[in-house]
Write a protein that binds this ligand. Structure first.
Ligand SMILES: Cc1cc2nc3c(=O)[nH]c(=O)nc-3n(C[C@H](O)[C@H](O)[C@H](O)COP(=O)(O)OP(=O)(O)OC[C@H]3O[C@@H](n4cnc5c(N)ncnc54)[C@H](O)[C@@H]3O)c2cc1C
Length: 831
């Protein structure tokens, strides 16, 4: 063999050992065998042979003899690692420690086990939960007239509030033993999602008490006395909770709240009591203005050591009745015309007894840990579910409107420009729903997926924003003019609220998703960090040595795998699942290997700086997020029973995810601080250059067509949406118009034919249809079908109008108003 072939053979041996993440012994045997063959059969000069054997034997001695390996390699690295590791504050550490690692761990493994994904149980409702959705949730939706709520009352009507309380909506997460509904996370998500398709005010008012707040915190940390007192009252709506963490000076950086409490003695109910004197200023607190029970986060200080040795005890959580003297609550904010209650609250030197700390005084100073531990559940459910609801409403109405609204004598949904928007709407809605469903299911499996909860919070709200924007564009003026018949405008106005709350999106993307994921989900980093924090030197050395060499094998394995999958286009990877989707799953396997490699290279080069390199961190987070979303889409298709009609949507989302991942990778390569490393990373992950193209126009057209007519795909896409198919409901009317469209349009085509043939004439469509009926071109039934369609269509495209002062001044009410559109349809169609 010539030298070139020996080099190729050497690379092949290294590649194979790395690819299979071979153990140390296998490396020694493999490389030794290669060198043996080289010595025996190659004509390389003997000096070179001696050199490679020397290197091999030294390396073998170091790898095979742990004390030597540790002394010469692992221990110096451990010392370097200790210095390079960024300082982590206690609040950051508690955030990192919180929650569990689930499918995100697979994505960080470089080789996700798709069988494990498909084996995850499909979330299901119990009969009771289903009955609740079909009963009280439907009823609540019917009771909510969003225009009255948002424009006239700026609040839910009293009977709606009462219904919410009476039916237990505020206690969905409270177990039955305390009088709550004891719902699963999935059921909770279904309720929130459905309400979001009808009234954002009702949705938020129900969502917040079931998210991170007094009930959740009491369930996990409350004393028996606190639980027995508050939980039944919260479940029945006798207490209205709110939770106040952030304020004017501490929003995103909530760990730095300036609100404080000082441990002291004071008078409570006439008795001298050990307690806390509190001063705080909070704002934007949802349900604050109507709350009877204020959950408050503050920093606790104990200058007189009344609780023990520590002076700065840390963030503490307490429950304070809002009627308690000194609690200043009551005014409200007006967030983007939303009508859920939200406002500031404050207090100065308010004395509360120590027993009001959630969990009692043992939990003083544990507040941040408590919040972080509970954050994942609420964040996985509330905003992903409400985003899914908003997206479904937009998808259903926009597809119908595109079918019903014609311009240039053609339904606008058939224009290619609108098709593009419709395809995005369908695909994003599908993805949001897939992500929220699988994630809610994870909570029911006992997970607290903190990194995934940040992913779904960010991506569901962002994708919903895209859906609403597209829907608004398709609706044109119809979406813009507010009134009882506008079902989109409020969602458009309020989308930024979801973007901002529960971790504002820019922060979530740039700092949290990858920043937290890299440490939390990586198979070895946490073990290495743990070693640096171990005081006992021998134990630290042993721990680090084990984790580090596993890590090295992991990185080499990912590099080899990534290159191989890149070169072969992942065509040889065996993956489970629907045959039609395996080509995508293979690509996701390939990109998973590349991601694991890129994550390690980024951590190696940037170390603690990664925290400040938010643009890189954001892109790596995008890769992780799209891998997760694509996984949920694969899973949903499988759980739905692989409905072939949905394939275009599924393929569109997956192709879009692949392109987004690719572009995020290229952003990393092109902006990596070390040009050489960026280039090498690219060669290892995309050896032939860019591999994926955006979904084709042809595929987009199939997606748009799949929702442009009533179909099972459209129904599945918008499943669990509130729909009343009546003419006086603006959304229901659209549905009826859409159903009537084919027959109505067929009649119009006949009439056009009659006009062309010179059989009929008339200045208006109405006159032409009448003439066609008279001349026998149309039957009476056809003429009636057209009339009904025409009236419905007209009612759908009309918007509300008002007196000049939008009805504020009753004297102007005499200006004749356009009659309510629904009644126009009913009267005329009845006639
Ligand atoms: C309608 C509404 C309801 C709310 N309900 C509650 C509630 O019930 N209880 C409660 O405690 N709080 C509540 N909040 C507060 C909410 O959690 C905060 O608004 C949120 O944490 C952001 O704080 P901020 O608005 O002060 O923005 P800021 O923290 O000032 O952020 C401004 C911008 O800077 C970005 N940013 C900040 N830090 C970084 C960083 N390190 N890297 C990159 N970007 C960064 C943010 O992403 C954001 O885009 C609510 C807010 C609103 C608007």
């Amino acid at each position: 063999m010539n030298a070139f072939l020996w080099i190729v053979a050497a690379l092949a041996v290294f590649w194979a050992l790395a690819y299979f993440r071979a153990a140390t012994l296998a490396w020694i045997v493999g490389v030794g065998a290669y060198l043996g063959a080289l010595t025996l059969w190659s004509d390389a000069n003997s000096g070179l042979k001696v050199l490679v054997w020397t290197v091999f034997l030294v390396a073998t001695a170091m790898l095979a003899l742990p004390p030597l390996r540790r002394a010469l390699i692992s221990d110096p690295l451990l010392n370097w690692f200790r210095k390079a590791l960024p300082q982590v504050s206690q609040t950051e550490q508690e955030a990192l420690d919180a929650g569990t690692v689930w499918w995100d761990g697979e994505l960080f493994s470089g080789n996700p086990d798709w069988n494990r994904l498909y084996a995850i149980a499909k979330p299901r409702l119990t009969p009771d939960e289903q009955a609740f959705l079909d009963g009280p949730v439907e009823e609540l939706c019917r009771m909510c007239d969003d225009w009255t709520i948002a424009h006239e009352l700026n609040d839910l009507p009293p009977e709606v509030w009462q219904f919410i309380k009476d039916k237990g909506f505020l206690g969905m997460i409270i177990p039955r033993q305390y009088g709550g509904l004891g719902f699963s996370a999935y059921a909770h998500s279904q309720v929130v999602q459905k309400l979001a398709t009808r009234s954002s005010t009702a949705c938020v008012s129900v969502m917040v008490p079931n998210s991170l707040g007094p009930a959740e915190l009491l369930l996990h940390y409350g004393t028996d006395e606190q639980k027995n007192h508050y939980l039944p009252r919260l479940a029945r709506g006798q207490e209205m909770p709110c939770f106040a963490l952030t304020g004017p000076e501490a929003g995103s950086d909530a760990g730095s709240i300036p609100d404080f409490g000082v441990v002291c003695k004071g008078l409570h109910e006439g008795r001298e009591t050990l307690g806390i004197r509190l001063t705080w200023e909070k704002r934007y607190i949802t349900l604050g203005p109507v709350a009877t029970l204020l959950g408050l986060a503050f920093k606790l200080h104990d200058p007189d050591h009344l609780l023990g040795g520590k002076e700065d005890i840390g963030i503490t959580l307490a429950l304070i009745p809002t009627k308690h003297p000194g609690v200043n609550i009551g005014r409200r904010h007006f967030p983007l015309n939303a009508s859920f209650m939200n406002g500031p609250n404050s207090g100065k030197d308010v004395f509360i007894p120590l027993e009001w700390i959630i969990g009692g005084k043992e939990y003083a100073g544990q507040g941040w840990r408590m919040l972080m531990e509970c954050l994942a559940a609420g964040r996985s459910i509330s905003l992903p579910s409400s985003s899914a609801g908003a997206a479904k409403l937009a998808a259903r109405t926009t597809s119908a409107y595109s079918r019903v609204r014609s311009q240039f004598k053609i339904a606008i949904g058939k224009f290619e420009g609108i098709e593009e928007a419709l395809a995005r709407i369908a695909a994003n809605t599908y993805a949001v729903d897939a992500a929220r469903t699988m994630t809610a299911g994870a909570i029911d499996l006992g997970e607290k997926p903190s990194v995934i909860s940040a992913i779904v919070k960010y991506h569901c709200t962002e994708r919903a924003r895209q859906v609403i924007n597209d829907a608004m564009d398709v609706h044109g003026g119809k979406g813009i003019c507010l009134g009882p018949n506008n079902y989109l405008g409020r969602a458009y106005q309020q989308i930024p609220i979801g973007i901002t709350v529960e971790g504002a999106n820019i922060l979530t993307r740039s700092m949290m998703i990858f920043g937290q994921g890299a440490i939390r989900c990586h198979p070895y980093v946490l073990r290495e960090i743990d070693a640096t924090r171990t005081d006992n030197a021998a134990e630290a050395s042993e721990k680090f040595d084990g984790a580090f060499w596993d890590h090295v094998r992991f990185v080499m394995g990912n590099a080899a795998r990534s290159l191989w999958l890149g070169i072969t286009g992942a065509g040889l990877v065996s993956v489970p699942g629907a045959r039609e989707l395996r080509r995508y799953t293979r690509q996701l396997s390939r990109l998973g290997a590349g991601f694991a490699l890129a994550a390690d290279v980024a951590m190696l080069f940037l170390g603690g700086d990664l925290k400040r390199k938010e643009k890189l961190s954001g892109r790596l987070g995008d890769i992780l997020s799209q891998l997760y979303i694509a996984s949920t889409v694969l899973k949903r298709f499988e759980d739905d029973g692989r409905p072939q009609a949905d394939l275009p949507i599924v393929e569109w989302v997956l192709e879009d995810c692949l392109v987004r991942i690719q572009e995020a990778f290229y952003g990393v390569f092109e902006n990596f601080p070390s040009r050489l490393s960026g280039w090498m990373l690219r060669m290892l992950t995309f050896p032939w250059g860019r591999a994926y193209a955006p979904p084709s126009d042809w595929l987009g057209q199939k997606v748009a067509r799949a929702i442009l007519e009533p179909s099972q795909t459209r129904d599945r896409l918008t499943l669990n949406m509130f729909l009343q198919k009546t003419e006086d409901d603006p959304v229901g009317r659209l549905e009826l118009a859409m159903q009537a469209a084919p027959a109505g349009e067929a009649v119009e085509a006949k009439v056009r034919g009659g006009v062309k043939a010179g059989v009929i004439s008339g200045l208006t469509e109405e006159a032409r249809v009448a003439a066609a009926l008279e001349k026998g071109v149309l039957t009476a039934e056809e003429a009636a079908q057209w009339r009904r369609f025409s009236l419905l269509r007209r009612a759908c495209i009309m918007v509300d109008d008002f007196p000049h002062d939008i009805g504020r001044n009753p004297s102007q009410a005499e200006v004749p108003a356009t009659p309510r559109l629904g009644s126009v349809v009913s009267q005329k169609s009845a006639a």
